[in-house]
Design a protein around this ligand. Structure first.
Ligand SMILES: [Fe+2]
Length: 568
C-alpha cells in the first residue's frame, strides 16, 4: 500500500477540528494537552523538514476551547516568527536550498519539529534555527531564544536572519532549572554547549577541539552530565553547487560528555572540558537515564542507513524502480537497514561504551521514527518502559539514488520483499530493553508522534507524575494518518499489544506531515517576561546592505511584532 498522499500534499491548509470518540472508551483519568509540530507543506521546497512550522494542540478532556461537551478541541497555530512573517511579505525573495530556505534577509528559522515543555512555558524547535517560545494557550509567537550574537551564527553576514543550527531536542534540567542545548557551525564544524535560564540571555561555552561534521539533533542529560552527539544528516558541498550527491552518513559518530559542574565553574565563552566517546551505528535520538549514581546508561535509537539529506526529488525512481509520485517530493530518505535499539554504559574515564543490550526485529521494526517516555522527574530517574514508533519498510521513501549511494554498506538480502506496516514497540528498561509489547498498524497507515501521558496527572503532587512513574502507568497518544483521514489513537502504555483503548477523529479531517509531540499537564497564558525582541536584533548598518524595500519590510515586521507583543 502506498504512503498516504495527504501528509505531503502542498494544498492542505492547517485547520482546527473538534474530534469525537469513534471507537472505545475515553478514560476519565487522562488530562492535559498533547502538542504536535508540523512542517506545513505549503512551502516544503526541496525537503519537507524545511517548511515553516505549525503547532497543534489537542485537549485530552472534552468540552474545552469551544468544543461540544463530547468533543475534543484540536487547535492549530502558525509559528509566526520573524522569518515566517518576512516570507509572507516578500515571498518572491525566498528560495529553497539544500540547507533550508534562503533569502537576502538570511535563512528561515523553521521551528517545525519538536516542542520542549518547560514548567508552564513552551519552546518549539527545529534543527535549522533557534528555539522559539510560543504562548501555550493562544499558540502565538512570543520570542526567539538568545540574541543572534550569542549563538554561533554560521552566516553572520546575513543582515536579518542568522543561521543558528541548534538541535531540535534541547532538554530541561529538573534540578538546575535551566534548558541545555547546543550549537554548531556547519562550515567550520565547531560546536558549543548552551544554557538557557529563561531570560533574554543564553550562556555558551565552546567545546574546543570538538567537531560536528554532520548535524546534531538531540541533547540528553544525566544528573551530572550533558550529552551531545552528532547525527547522520551530512552536507555535501559539491551537491550544494549542483553536482550529484556523493556522500553518505558516517556510521560512527562522536558523543560528547560535558560535566555540569564544569560548566558552572567555567565563565561563559571560555572552553569547557569534555570527553569524547565514539558511538555506532548512527543515531538521531538517544536518552540517558537521569540517575547516574551507578554509571551513565544511555538508550540509543539507531537510525541505521537512513539518510535525511536524500530527499525525494523530481524524476526519482523508488527502490523497486517505480516512478515516485511527485506529491512525495521532499520526503526524507527512509531506512535501508533494520534499525536497532541499544542500551550502553558510557565510561568517561576510558572514553568507551559497553554494550549492555541490543534489539532489532527486521520483520516488524523498520524506519525508527519518534518515541515516547515518561518525562517526570521520577520517570527520568527510574524509567520502566520506552516506547518507539517505527514507520515500516517504505519503498516509496527510498530512491534509487540513495540505494546507489549505500550499495556497498547494506545487505540487500535483508530488505523486505513487501512493504511493511508501522509498528509501536515498548522496550523494558528493567529487563535490558527486552520488548514488552509490539502493535502493528496497517500498511496504508502512517503512525507517528507518540507521547506518554501519566495516569491521573497531578493527583500525586508533581503535575507530570502518575502514582507509579517510569513510562507504564499511563497512556500513549498516537497520530495515525491515512487516506481516510487523521485520527488520534490512545493506548494503555502498559498494554500496547492490545491495541488502542479509544480513537478520536472528525470525519474528513486531514493533517499534514507531523513530527514530534509532547504533553503538558496544564496550560496558561504566558507570563510577561523580559524576552528577546526582533526589533532589538535589527541593526541599521546591516539593513543598509539590503535593497531599500526589503529593509523596510524588515522594519515593518519589527514594528508589527512589538505592537502585537505589547512592547509599544
Ligand atoms: Fe527528533
Amino acid at each position: 500500500m502506498p504512503l498516504p498522499r495527504s501528509i505531503l500534499s502542498t494544498d492542505m491548509e492547517p485547520c482546527d477540528a473538534d474530534l469525537k470518540l469513534v471507537r472505545g472508551t475515553w478514560p476519565t483519568d487522562i488530562g492535559g494537552y498533547y502538542f504536535i509540530s508540523s512542517p506545513a507543506p505549503e512551502y516544503k521546497g526541496r525537503h519537507i523538514f524545511f517548511a515553516d512550522g505549525t503547532i497543534y494542540r489537542l485537549s485530552l478532556k472534552p468540552g474545552e476551547f469551544g468544543a461540544a461537551p463530547d468533543a475534543f478541541a484540536f487547535r492549530h497555530g502558525i509559528i509566526a516568527n520573524p522569518s515566517h512573517r518576512l516570507r509572507k511579505k516578500a515571498p518572491q525573495v525566498f528560495r529553497p536550498t539544500l540547507l533550508g530556505v534562503a533569502s537576502p534577509f538570511g535563512n528561515t528559522n523553521t521551528a517545525n519539529t519538536a516542542q520542549l515543555p518547560w514548567n508552564d512555558r513552551l519552546l518549539v524547535t527545529g534543527d535549522v534555527g533557534r528555539p522559539v517560545e510560543i504562548d501555550p494557550v493562544s499558540l502565538r509567537f512570543l520570542a526567539e531564544v538568545g540574541h543572534r550574537t550569542q549563538w554561533l551564527d554560521s552566516a553572520p553576514a546575513f543582515p536579518v536572519l542568522p543561521v543558528v543550527t541548534s538541535p531540535a531536542h534541547p532538554v530541561a534540567d529538573p534540578e538546575r532549572h535551566c534548558v541545555w542545548t547546543a550549537d554548531y557551525n556547519m562550515m567550520t564544524h565547531k560546536v558549543g554547549i548552551v544554557r538557557y535560564d529563561g531570560g533574554k540571555e543564553i550562556k555558551r561555552w565552546p567545546l574546543k577541539g570538538a567537531v560536528m561534521r554532520q548535524t546534531m539533533h538531540t541533547v540528553s542529560q544525566t544528573r551530572e552530565w550533558v550529552l551531545l552527539m552528532e547525527n547522520g544528516m551530512r552536507v555535501d558541498m559539491a551537491e550544494m553547487s549542483g553536482a550529484p550527491r556523493k556522500v553518505t552518513t558516517f556510521k560512527e559518530a562522536p558523543l560528547y560528555l560535558v560535566r555540569k559542574d564544569d560548566l558552572e565553574r567555567t565563565p561563559p565563552g571560555e572552553p569547557v572540558p569534555f570527553q569524547t566517546i565514539p558511538i555506532a551505528p548512527e543515531c538521531m535520538h538517544f536518552y540517558a537515564n537521569y540517575d547516574d549514581s551507578d554509571g551513565i546508561k544511555v538508550l540509543f535509537e539507531h537510525s541505521t542507513d537512513s539518510d535525511i539529506a536524500v530527499a525525494v526529488a523530481p524524476g526519482d525512481l523508488d527502490i523497486w524502480g517505480r516512478a515516485i509520485d511527485p506529491v512525495l517530493e521532499g520526503m526524507y530518505g527512509l531506512a535501508l537497514s533494520p534499525p536497532s535499539v541499544t542500551l550502553r554504559e558510557l565510561d568517561q574515564e576510558t572514553c568507551t561504551s559497553k554494550l549492555i543490550a541490543s534489539y532489532e526485529n527486521p520483520e516488524y521494526l523498520w524506519n525508527v521514527q519518534t518515541s515516547a517516555m515518561d518525562w517526570s522527574r521520577k520517570g527520568l530517574e527510574k524509567p520502566t518502559l520506552h516506547h518507539v514508533m517505527y514507520n515500516g519498510f517504505r519503498p516509496e521513501g527510498i530512491t534509487q539514488r540513495q540505494l546507489a549511494l549505500y550499495a556497498d554498506r547494506i545487505d540487500t538480502s535483508r530488505l523486505p520483499r513487501e512493504e511493511t506496516a508501522p509498528c509501536l514497540a515498548s522496550f523494558d528498561w528493567r529487563r535490558s530493553l527486552a520488548p514488552r509489547a509490539l502493535y502493528r498498524f496497517r500498511t496504508d497507515e502512517w503512525a507517528t508522534s507518540p507521547t506518554f501521558v501519566p495516569r491521573n496527572p497531578g493527583a500525586f503532587g508533581d503535575s507530570y507524575e502518575s502514582a507509579d512513574p517510569g513510562g507504564h502507568d499511563g497512556y500513549l497518544v498516537v497520530v495515525v494518518q491515512s487516506e481516510e483521514g487523521f485520527r488520534i489513537e490512545l493506548f494503555d502504555a502498559d498494554k500496547v499489544s492490545q491495541g488502542p483503548v479509544a480513537v478520536l477523529a472528525q470525519h474528513g479531517h486531514r493533517v499534514p506531515f507531523v513530527i514530534h509531540s509532547s504533553w503538558m499537564p496544564r496550560i496558561k497564558h504566558a507570563d510577561q517576561l523580559d524576552r528577546l525582541r526582533f526589533s532589538e536584533e535589527l541593526d541599521e548598518a546591516r539593513l543598509r546592505t539590503l535593497p531599500g524595500e526589503l529593509a523596510d519590510i524588515a522594519r515593518d515586521v519589527a514594528r508589527e511584532l512589538d505592537a502585537e507583543l505589547g512592547y509599544t
